[in-house]
Design a protein around this ligand. Structure first.
Ligand code: G6P
Length: 613
């Protein structure tokens, strides 16, 4: 949560910081601000506004500034309400040091008392102001690095900083502990940001900072040091292959819609990347040693948050059915505190779009303390979880900007189904012929996905009739039970309607009491072993005058007849139907949100990357 940027170079920092923040707004958007040091006039320029970045931009148009060094921030409030006062950057009470911060300083109350006793004054409700005053309290003889290091050694928690020293307008200081920071390398200029999309408009060459490292950036040099030893660290740069077009809307009104429509391509690219002509599944950077370890795995945990957790639920079904390995999906925030019974014979799979989710990262570290093998399924290249796991499979869905995850989810699903087949091969639970048959079904997914996307007219029609309702139920069975959870999550995230996903068989144990003529129920009932059972659920809802919105296989006349709305999806292999059935649910959530005039890409109170507990 929160996005931070920094620039030093030969150009005007202001538009560069603003452009960077535009690409980080998905991380939080309740206030934004920038601070620059104007070399010629030797003064500090700070502008902050409550609300979205657009508010700050409006102010910057009225009060233009020019500087060649600056830092910026877009906030998701943790300590202190969203307000101009609490917006970053923050300065110490003598305005010597300027800081933007992502994360939480856990011991901020104690430190604040200590600093107050020494005479420091505080104006905001943030933990950041404590950090910047602490740095200032150690600042002597213009030695910023020493002050920075001393302060960091006392600041508990997980955080990333970008700081300016007013008396030294030629240097940017950055530090990372658990929260992400990427340095962008330019010619006569350097950049830093919470995430790579903020750097892509300016450079593709990046250096990832590791935990407990700080860096000193001038316009011509980037020097990285270990906090513990103070020694300089050599780090090679990485070239990012994502391009700018991928990080723009490309004619769509919202990123979310664009990302929904990118799913056939994401599925096709996953297929091309992971399989070869001989129907062999290959993952990048797989080694015989890793394969050997995977062969010995007795149990799998899939640990993740939000949408990624729903991918994990489906992934576990595939892992059990295909590879015969007992598998459990767990929510990261629970797993990390549950004292999980995990052994060195277990595989803990961390599923995460951002690769930075605080609870998933903590779960990864917890799994490692038990000696388990850790495997990350991650979208963002070079992210912390990708780097810390024993082995990482990238989902390569491209940048996902909409806060509500869509293409990253289908990319996770298809990766997990491939992984289950890979495990099936090395565990010899499926024959080559069976795997080849399965791959034939996966091959058909991109086309089926394109076809499912063609139903938008029927979906918009249904949304137009139902968008004012305050409560929606979603039900499904088997692989489509997690789809019900995901459909409900999508709707509540972006439309703010109450939505609840249920295993259809549980209807009679509670949710059926909700059914009346005003209650829409989204029934996910594509062709499957349990399709008839789903039809019985539909009848039960009808008998109580509920509104049935059915997702069914395209020729399912019987289901169509008993439903208030019928959204057809193409027939695919039953176990893969989850990857297709979710498409109309994403579109439904999108259109309900648009009709309700919600901010689809940046829904209230949410952030895409949850880097605090
Ligand atoms: C946030 C996002 C969700 C995402 C979840 C997990 O809640 O809004 O879209 O599913 O975090 O994020 P991760 O990056 O770990 O997949």
């Amino acid at each position: 949560m929160c996005g931070i940027v920094g620039y030093i170079g030969h150009r005007n920092a202001v538009p560069i910081l603003v452009k960077g923040l535009e690409h980080l707004e998905y991380r939080g958007y309740d206030s934004a601000g920038i601070a620059c040091l104007n070399l010629e006039k030797e003064n500090l320029f700070i502008k902050k506004e409550k609300g979205k970045l657009s508010e700050l931009k409006r102010e910057l148009e009225k009060h233009p500034a020019y500087a060649q060094i600056g830092i910026g921030h877009t906030r998701w409030a943790t300590h202190g309400e969203p307000s101009k006062l609490n917006a970053h950057p923050h300065v110490d009470d003598k305005s010597k040091i300027i800081l933007v911060h992502n994360g939480i300083i856990e011991n901020h109350s104690d430190l604040k008392r200590e600093l107050q006793a020494k005479g420091h004054r505080f104006f905001s409700g943030t933990d950041t102001e404590v950090a910047v005053n602490l740095i200032a309290s150690y600042y002597k003889k213009n030695n910023f690095v020493e002050a920075f290091r001393k302060a960091i050694s006392r600041l508990q928690g997980f955080y990333a900083f970008v700081a300016l020293d007013k008396s030294d307008p030629d240097t940017l200081y950055v530090f990372k502990r658990s929260n992400p920071l990427v340095i962008g390398l330019g010619k006569g200029e350097n950049f830093v940001a919470s995430d790579t999309p903020a750097l892509l408009p300016f450079t593709s060459d990046v250096v990832f900072l590791e935990d407990d490292e700080y860096a000193v950036l001038t316009k011509d040099k980037v020097k990285i040091f270990s906090l513990a030893t103070g020694r300089m660290i050599k780090r090679h740069s990485t070239r990012i292959k994502w391009n700018m077009a991928q990080a723009q809307k490309g004619g769509y009104p919202h990123f979310m819609l664009k990302e929904i429509y990118e799913q056939p391509t994401v599925l096709q690219e996953a297929f091309n990347r992971i399989t070869n002509k001989e129907d062999v599944i290959r993952f990048e950077n797989m080694t015989p040693r890793i394969e050997n370890r995977l062969r010995k795995i007795r149990k799998v945990f899939m640990v993740s948050c939000g949408t990624a957790y729903h991918a994990g639920l489906t992934g576990c079904l595939w892992m059990e059915q295909n590879a015969g390995i007992p598998s459990e999906a767990r929510v990261s925030s629970e797993f990390r505190y549950q004292k999980p019974i995990v052994t060195k014979n277990d595989l803990v799979i961390l599923i995460t779009q951002s690769g930075e989710t605080a609870d998933t990262l903590a779960a990864l570290r917890e799994a490692k303390t038990h000696g388990a093998m850790t495997l990350a399924v991650v979208n963002v290249l070079g992210s912390t979880i990708a780097r810390e796991a024993d082995y990482t499979i990238y989902t390569h869905a491209g940048p996902e900007i909409g806060v509500a995850s869509t293409k990253a989810y289908t990319a996770q699903l298809v990766t997990l189904v491939f992984l289950s087949l890979y495990m099936a091969r090395i565990k010899k639970t499926l024959s080559s012929r069976q795997i080849a048959g399965y791959l034939d079904s996966i091959r058909k997914l991109p086309k089926a996905c394109s076809k499912a996307l063609k139903q938008s007219t029927a979906i918009i029609n249904c949304a137009k009739h139902q968008y004012r309702r305050h409560s929606f139920l979603y039900i499904g069975r088997g692989v489509n039970f997690p789809v019900a959870l995901e459909g409900a999550l999508k709707l509540k995230e972006i439309s703010y309607a109450h939505a609840h996903g249920y295993a259809a068989g549980e209807m009679k144990h509670g949710p059926i009491a909700l059914i009346d003529k005003n209650q829409p129920v989204i029934c996910i009932a594509p062709h499957s072993k349990t399709r008839d059972k789903m039809l019985s659920n539909v009848e039960e809802i009808r008998a109580r005058k509920g509104i049935v919105i059915a997702i069914g296989t395209e020729n399912d006349k019987e289901l169509k007849k008993i439903s208030s709305y019928f959204i057809p999806v193409p027939k695919v292999d039953e176990s893969l139907s989850a990857i297709i059935a979710v498409i109309p649910l994403q579109l439904f959530a999108y259109h309900v949100a648009v009709l309700n005039r919600r901010d689809v890409d940046q829904p209230r109170n949410l952030a895409k990357s949850v880097t605090v507990e």
